[in-house]
Structures are given as C-alpha cells and as structure tokens.
Design a protein around this ligand. Structure first.
Ligand SMILES: [Fe+2]
Length: 300
C-alpha cells in the first residue's frame, strides 16, 4: 500500500498549480479539462490535483494497492457498512477501486492497477530550486482521533504507530506514518507533507522559499514520532504544506507508543528547539479545507 496523491477543489486551480511549480518545486504532469495535475521527481504520476470549484474542499486522498489488498478492504468496508462506491480513475495513472468515507467524513480512495512513471533525474545543487519526490503523509484533523485510529486498523488494515497528546499516527507500510489524525475537535485537512531527498534538500527548500518571500510557519525542526525533519508553510491558496524527510522506517512488530512515551522538556515541542510555531496562523489554514462527499454510496 502506498500513499499517492491528494485531490483538492478550489476556485483558482491554475494559480495554485503555478505556485506549486514555480515556488514549491513540483512539476506539471498534465491538465485534463480544468484539472491541473502536478508530480514530484518520484514514480507517482501525480501528487496533487487541483480541480475548479467555487468552494474549497478535499475530494479525496488516494492510496495505491494490490488487487488482493483492494479486495480485502472492499470486503471489510462493505461488512462495516461505511459509505463507499466503486470508482474507475480518470486521473493520470488511471486504475480502479473504491472511494470510502471514514466515520468523520474523511474521504480516501484506494486504487489497484494504477501505473507509475519514470523518475525525473537531474537534481543539481547548482540550482536554487528544490523538488519534492512524493507525498509522505497527509494528516487530518478529527473530533475523535482514537475512534479513527481503531477504525482504520479494523477496516483498512492500517496500523497505529504512535499515540501522542496531539496525534494518532498511522502507517500503511514500513514508513512510520502515511497519515495521522490530530486531536483537533473538528474534522478537516491538517496538512500535506512532501518527501524531500534528504535533510539538505529540506534546508535548501527553506532557502528557496525565503528567496520567494515565504517563511516557515513552523520549522525547521525534527519531530518525535517518525523522527522526520520538517518545515511547514501556509500555501497562498490555503492549506498547510510541509517539506519533510527521513521519516523513520519501522518493523512490523513496532511497539505502538503511547502519549507518556512522547513527552518534551519544558519549552520544547520538537527535538531541536530552534524555531517558533505560528499556532494561530496554522490553525486558520487547517480549518480551510474539509472533505466533501458529493457522491451517493453504491454497492461495492
Ligand atoms: Fe507532517
């Protein structure tokens, strides 16, 4: 199972796409109709889709999986009676599978048979630009993160890696987390994290963002759970986005951490303690994009 992409709807998809290419470092993949698809340097056909809509919302977050994984999810979703429907993707990479609505409305899409693409080579330190490789996690705010952690373990066969005071971290492969549910009191998109080649690429990314007039809303820093390096930004079109790298790989029998395993010394909220966090700005941005189901459930 792999996290592949997020599909967002917003008023100005062309403007958002241009910023994500010119500043954030993605590459144009395709434009189909009014939907702009952007990719990284890795093998995924696209990482972000922007479709045109007067309203801002998350259409889906997409995972790719094998036929056997898809069949197992389908059976458990149907058994549980979650809102879902079969889908055939018309996005780059195609594939088919299902759309699922989690208990608080988070919309996930699982596709089998989706194709991958050649990597983009030519990364050069002579250039100031940086390029994300792929998505590494998409995090959701939630009213009941515990419930969602158990739900995705039971129905999607995901595994909770760690619980902290603020989050329930969830994996779907050997990466410490591909998603997480923040204990926010409401459901929305918390942030989208892009994997960078290495620590240097994250730091150079912060430099390139600075050249373009953007300062991190939080970071650089290194998290506790997952051990990843981060720099969070508020994109001009709304959501919180992150340069990230070095997410911990965990074994199948990883011991699930509890909040008492993840405490910080006073005045610390990450391992380095070198940056401030714009709590208020991040909170506003995190409330902006919510999942919206504009389809009727159908038998799987
Ligand atoms: Fe993150």
């Amino acid at each position: 199972m792999k996290l592949r992409s997020i599909e967002l709807a917003l008023p100005d998809p062309a403007g958002a796409a241009a910023w994500m290419v010119d500043v954030w470092g993605l590459y144009p993949a395709e434009v189909r109709g009014q939907t702009h698809y952007l990719r990284g340097t890795g093998t995924m056909p696209y990482l972000v889709a922007f479709e045109q809509s007067d309203a801002e919302f998350v259409r889906s977050t997409t995972f790719t999986c094998s036929d056997a994984e898809l069949a197992a999810i389908k059976a458990r979703v149907a058994d549980k009676g979650w809102a879902a429907k079969p889908v055939t993707s018309t996005d780059p990479g195609e594939g088919a599978g299902l759309l699922v609505e989690l208990p608080e409305g988070t919309l996930l899409r699982f596709l089998a048979g989706s194709t991958e693409v050649e990597t983009i080579e030519g990364f050069s330190k002579a250039s100031k630009r940086v390029s994300p490789v792929k998505l590494t996690h998409v995090v959701f705010n939630s009213a009941d993160a515990e419930l969602l952690g158990h739900a995705v373990e039971d129905v999607l066969d995901f595994r909770v890696s760690d619980r902290t005071k603020g989050m329930v971290f969830v994996r779907c492969n050997d990466s410490h987390h591909s998603t997480a549910f923040a204990r926010a009191g409401f459901a929305s998109l918390n942030h989208v994290a892009f994997e960078m080649d290495d620590l240097d690429a994250v730091m150079r990314g912060i430099g390139w963002m600075r050249d373009n007039g953007f300062a991190p809303a939080w970071g650089p820093g290194r998290h506790g759970p997952g051990d990843n390096v981060y720099a969070y930004y508020i994109a001009p079109f709304g959501p919180v986005i992150e340069y990230s790298t070095a997410v911990e790989k965990v074994p199948e029998d990883y011991r699930t951490g509890e909040p008492d395993d993840w405490t910080w010394p006073e005045q610390r909220i990450d391992q380095w303690g070198i940056s401030d966090k714009d709590f208020a700005g991040l909170r506003v941005a995190e409330e902006r994009f919510r999942c919206r189901r504009d389809w009727e459930p159908a038998p799987l």
